[in-house]
Write a protein that binds this ligand. Structure first.
Ligand SMILES: Nc1ncnc2c1ncn2[C@@H]1O[C@H](COP(=O)(O)OP(=O)(O)OP(=O)(O)O)[C@@H](O)[C@H]1O
Length: 239
């Protein structure tokens, strides 16, 4: 399938007496065009799961499919993990991590340029995305001249710049007020639907948790799907 499918994923750090089983049995699917929430207490394995999905950390077993491609099946199935990270996965973090000495357009155009796109084409695409995210008027500004919400929208544009099939967002709304946090989620949902991107949002943020149609909980290295549809259905059931 397109999107993300994770089956029986495991990750053990270290060996012997000091080994830590950070992921014991993770099962999760995100369809192309869908945004799901991932919630879990500190130490439950969220960061480890994102690092495995982002091909930053090697799992110990199980299977992961991204954008229709098996990337891990009891071992990496791709020789070039850097190309996978660059071309297939967009990252959005709690802090926007924009490059301070590049203007907003070049922050977004940088990855496509590194992937070999001509500069003019990469900048045009960057501008389109910035406009779609309502920060087109700030295209020539330096990151330091932007508000926190504007910087986060630029970082979402950057994550979308290579049209990745998958976006991993780690606490993307933590520093934002309610209105801006909800706006970021709406943008992610809109972008997922428009570009058929599968998006996982790791969050503790009570402001945005009720907006997810589907939620996975992770506890002690195991995932559980919450009956998110049920919450909506309950609301819709006449009393
Ligand atoms: N590099 C590592 N070496 C050994 N153990 C690790 C390593 N990274 C994480 N762990 C352990 O794996 C478990 C899961 O950690 P992880 O960072 O994935 O949790 P988390 O849910 O992201 O937590 P938090 O919300 O606090 O960031 C924890 O017990 C942690 O101590």
């Amino acid at each position: 399938m397109e999107g993300i499918r994770i089956e029986g994923l495991r990750k053990r750090y270290g060996a012997g007496d000091t080994a830590v089983d950070a992921l014991k049995d993770v099962n999760l699917t995100v369809a192309a065009g869908e945004v799901v929430g991932l919630i879990g207490p500190s130490g439950s394995g969220k960061s480890t799961l994102l690092k495995c999905l982002g091909a930053v950390v090697e799992p110990s077993g199980g299977r992961m499919t991204l954008g229709g491609q098996v990337i891990y099946d009891d071992g990496w199935k791709l020789a070039d993990l850097r190309a996978l990270r660059r071309d297939s996965i967009g990252f959005v973090f709690q802090a926007p991590y924009l490059i301070p000495f590049l203007d907003v357009t070049d922050n977004v155009a940088l990855l496509p340029m590194l992937a070999g796109r001509p500069n003019g084409e990469a900048r045009r695409r960057a501008l389109e995305l910035l406009q779609a995210l309502d920060v087109g008027h700030r295209a020539k500004a330096q990151p330091s001249e932007l508000s926190g919400g504007e910087q986060q929208r630029v970082s979402i544009a950057r994550a979308l710049a290579n049209r990745p099939p998958v976006i991993l967002a780690d606490e993307p709304t933590a520093p934002l007020d309610s209105e801006r946090a909800l706006a970021v989620v709406r943008i992610l949902e809109d972008m997922a639907a428009r570009h058929r991107t599968a998006i996982i949002v790791v969050t503790h943020d009570e402001k945005i948790i009720p907006t997810f149609k589907r939620i996975y909980h992770i506890r002690d290295g195991r995932t559980y799907e919450e009956a998110g549809e049920g919450r909506r259905l309950e609301e819709g059931v006449p009393s």
